[in-house]
Design a protein around this ligand. Structure first.
Ligand SMILES: NC(=O)c1ccc[n+]([C@@H]2O[C@H](COP(=O)([O-])OP(=O)(O)OC[C@H]3O[C@@H](n4cnc5c(N)ncnc54)[C@H](O)[C@@H]3O)[C@@H](O)[C@H]2O)c1
Length: 157
């Protein structure tokens, strides 16, 4: 039985990896999915795969570090499907496990902007719509949040 029939879900970072898999699984479970990503090609592929399997999805190009863009992503869900039930904050990047000497201020800012600022923007933009539907926010996290080790702005356990 489809567990997300009638639900509307936004997945950021939906063009590849965890996000694409999540988008496809939500659609298989009956959700209408908005795939958000800075990479258009993979996002359109994800949408095509969902539609080919009989699901419903649309793509919205977004840079999650851009507040107006993230607001537009939420608006896309509401304008296209009428509401928002689940917002999956998943877009993120690793830094290649650069060590301390190789971590430049520019790399630091890029990682922090995407992995922290982007998640804050997603939650802030989605919350007003999620309150209306008593919906949920999902945050893709990492074992790096449970322990530290050497190397990488985004540390791994
Ligand atoms: N794969 C792992 O081992 C692992 C481990 C721990 C945490 N994570 C986290 O899981 C999430 C998904 O990772 P993944 O392994 O699927 O990686 P991935 O690189 O396959 O997917 C990340 C997606 O985010 C998108 N993205 C990057 N920057 C963006 C931006 N500024 N705006 C919009 N989209 C952007 C990319 O285009 C890509 O499609 C990330 O947040 C990552 O930090 C992954």
């Amino acid at each position: 039985m489809a567990r997300f029939n009638g639900k509307v879900v936004v997945v950021t970072g939906g063009s590849s990896g965890v996000g694409r898999s999540a988008a496809k699984l939500f659609a298989e479970e009956g959700a209408k999915v908005v795939v958000g990503d800075i990479v258009e090609l993979g996002g359109q592929e994800a949408v095509s795969q969902i539609k080919a399997a009989g699901g419903e999805a649309t793509f919205q190009k977004v840079d999650v570090t851009d507040w107006e863009g993230v607001q537009a992503l939420v608006k896309k869900a509401v304008d296209t499907y009428g509401k928002l039930d689940v917002y999956v904050n998943n877009a993120g990047m690793l830094d290649g496990m650069a060590n301390w000497e190789k971590t430049t201020p520019e790399l630091w800012d890029r990682i922090i902007n995407i992995n922290l600022r982007g998640y804050f923007f997603g939650a802030k933009a989605a919350l007003p719509e999620l309150i209306k539907t008593k919906g949920n926010i999902v945050m893709t996290a990492s074992v790096a949040g449970l322990g530290a080790s050497a190397g990488g702005v985004e540390l791994t356990a």
